[in-house]
Design a protein around this ligand. Structure first.
Ligand SMILES: NC(=O)c1ccc[n+]([C@@H]2O[C@H](COP(=O)([O-])OP(=O)(O)OC[C@H]3O[C@@H](n4cnc5c(N)ncnc54)[C@H](O)[C@@H]3O)[C@@H](O)[C@H]2O)c1
Length: 336
């Protein structure tokens, strides 16, 4: 049986290569014809995955009926960028059979509904058996066989273990989890903190500042996650702290890059154009702030990032406002 990957961007292509090299028959679909034509011509993704070759066995298509129904895939991987998950799910849903295993590998929260991407899949494809894969996994490194670890989360153990078997290789280690909301939240909200880390670097601040943003950022993600039913171990695991570390410190990270440009004085629109890929932290920032309000959680970094992105506040002013907030204890469990 084959596997279908929806979304022939950087991550979709890297996952396709990983699965094809494991001997799977992979069908790689994109809504964007030019994406498929370029891959057909080059058999590689020269721009974002230099040196990685698409195995000959990979079939490329823009035909979603073939990709999701006719080929009868044992798994469908959702790898489109988060703003397109709903429209893509809506488009393919009529072609998806009852119980079809689907794994989402994109990261984000829908601002208008505050749904996670799995909430969206569950709404648009209720007949699917929908799961999530997340963790510190830059496509550029995965495609170069650099050792990487991720986590798959599902409400049922058999599916989590099926996904673990499907993706695991000697350089790509997969852990299982039952904490779907924890895995989804960590992967999404860390992008907002990565924007802040990039801004800090762009302003010329140092490692102390970035460590502070990452640590206090994790505290914000954890407060929100716990309020939404996530487990603390998950938020401190690969899809939480692991992904937060990699996104805040790696120059592969488009959220860090966009933040860095904004820190240097560029406006949000121009920074997004310059990065030239979907900067998901910008999409997630408003959603995270709305969630904070909904659950009555303090998220001061997320709040300041929103002000910088959407209200024209200067990044320098935002950092000093964070430092000068009302003084407090580091956490709520002091013994005195
Ligand atoms: N790149 C990575 O290293 C990496 C790693 C882990 C997770 N992810 C996540 O995977 C997702 C995709 O990231 P990426 O790096 O491949 O992004 P990308 O910008 O390289 O690709 C974007 C994808 O969205 C699709 N797309 C664009 N417009 C569309 C439309 N109108 N309708 C349907 N699909 C459309 C494209 O086909 C493409 O597959 C993101 O949520 C990202 O956070 C990326």
């Amino acid at each position: 049986m084959s596997v279908t990957v929806l979304g022939a961007g950087t991550w979709g292509t890297a996952i396709t290569i990983l699965l094809a090299n494991k001997g799977k028959d992979v069908i790689l679909w994109s809504k964007l014809e030019n994406e498929i034509k370029t891959l057909e011509a080059d058999r590689s993704y020269i721009k974002n995955l230099p040196g990685a070759v698409l195995p000959d066995s990979v079939k490329l298509t823009c035909d979603y009926e073939y990709a999701c129904k006719t080929s009868d895939p044992e798994l469908i991987v959702f790898a489109v960028a988060s703003p397109f998950v709903r429209s893509t799910a809506h488009l393919v849903s009529p072609y998806i059979r009852e119980g079809q295993r689907i794994v989402n590998v994109a990261k984000g929260i829908e601002e208008s509904t505050l749904y996670t991407l799995l909430d969206i899949l569950n709404e648009e494809i209720p007949q699917g058996n929908n799961s999530v894969l997340s963790g510190p996994s830059h496509a550029e490194e995965v495609s170069r066989l650099i050792p990487t670890t991720v986590v798959v989360a599902s409400h049922d153990r058999a599916t989590a273990e099926f996904l673990q078997d499907m993706f695991m290789t000697d350089t790509f280690r997969v852990y299982t989890s039952d904490d779907v909301i924890g895995v989804e939240l960590g992967g999404s909200v860390k992008n907002v903190i990565a924007l802040a880390a990039g801004m800090s670097d762009g302003l010329g601040f140092g490692d102390n500042t970035k460590a502070a943003l990452m640590t206090r950022g994790l505290a914000e993600i954890s407060r929100l996650g716990l309020a939404m039913g996530a487990k603390l171990e998950t938020l401190c695991g690969l899809s939480g702290i692991g992904d937060l570390f990699v996104t805040c410190t790696s120059h592969h990270s488009r959220n860090w890059k966009a933040g860095n440009l904004i820190g240097q004085g560029m406006d949000t629109e121009s920074a997004m154009k310059e990065v030239n890929q979907v900067v998901e932290g910008v999409h997630c920032a408003k959603a995270a702030l709305k969630l904070a309000k909904k659950y009555n959680i303090e998220m001061p970094i997320v709040e300041q990032v929103n002000k910088i992105l959407f209200e024209g506040k200067s990044a320098r002013e935002a950092v000093s406002e964070l430092l000068l907030r009302e003084r407090r204890a580091e956490h709520g469990s002091m013994d005195w």
